[in-house]
Design a protein around this ligand. Structure first.
Ligand SMILES: Cc1ncc(COP(=O)(O)O)c(C=O)c1O
Length: 237
């Protein structure tokens, strides 16, 4: 029982960790708390092949990356693979607390009603919110299109900042509206300075500012944030 942790994007370490007792591999296709780190397509395909070769399950944690956040309904769609089990939450309820575990038909036969129970899990009220959120999200692709358009604009503006502050900003990365800016310095003071200006961002893995705006964010919102960051960066010692 239990998990073995292995370095991300390192297929040799993953192969090494799999034994005859391994039942599944669980990972985030884009690590959130780990610092907005995107799995490589090759890595995810090799992990999928490894699972198939050993007849073990691939479980994707899409709690952060799911529900349109990366510009597709689920992030795995960017990588040409599919999981056996997927966890989703956060965006799923459009503001109400709901999480869900999805499984392929083949895997789902291993479950019966009650085998994955929780007191408030699966209650009709939040499920209705989840269905409504999904309907709006998929309505003629409108929100996903908007997410991809704004992603392109946001990345362009973050790269503009990187060009202005090359010693401070190491990398811009991410997909859709899950973007990270790796700094050469501690990100917390910048998060606080943004909050003082009315922008709620956060910092993961010490030095990575994470931007996960609403999927309906507008250009003017992005422009205001970029301007605030420019001011904050130019006042850093
Ligand atoms: C990627 C990821 N997985 C899992 C969780 C835990 O989700 P829950 O709070 O729904 O158990 C979180 C919470 O932030 C998360 O970011």
């Amino acid at each position: 029982p239990g998990f073995r942790h292995v370095p991300f994007n390192d297929i040799a370490a993953m192969r090494e960790a799999v034994t005859a007792n391994t039942c599944a591999i669980l990972l985030e296709p884009i690590q959130g708390e780990g610092g907005v780190r995107v799995a490589s397509e090759t890595y995810l395909k090799e992990v999928r092949d490894l699972c198939d070769a050993h007849k073990i399950l691939l479980i994707l944690d899409e709690v952060q990356t799911g529900m349109g956040r990366t510009g597709k309904l689920f992030a795995y769609e960017h990588f040409g693979i599919a999981p056996d089990i997927l966890a989703t939450a956060k965006g799923l309820g459009g503001g109400v607390p709901i999480g869900a575990m999805l499984a392929t038909d083949k895997v789902a036969v291993g479950f019966q009603p009650g085998s994955h129970a929780s007191t408030f899990g699966g209650n009709p009220l939040v499920c209705a919110a989840g269905v409504a959120t999904l309907e709006v999200l998929l309505e003629a692709g409108f929100i996903l299109d908007q997410c991809n358009r704004m992603s392109g604009y946001f990345i362009e503006r973050l790269e503009y900042l990187r060009d202005q502050f090359p010693a401070l900003i190491r990398e811009i990365r991410g997909k859709g509206l899950m973007l990270g800016m790796e700094l050469a310095t501690d990100g917390d003071p910048i998060v606080r300075a943004c909050l003082d200006k009315g922008f709620l961002i956060n910092c993961t893995a010490g030095k990575v500012l994470r931007f996960i705006p609403p999927l309906i964010v507008q250009r003017k919102d992005i422009d205001q944030l970029i301007e605030a960051l420019r001011g904050i960066f130019s006042r850093l010692p």
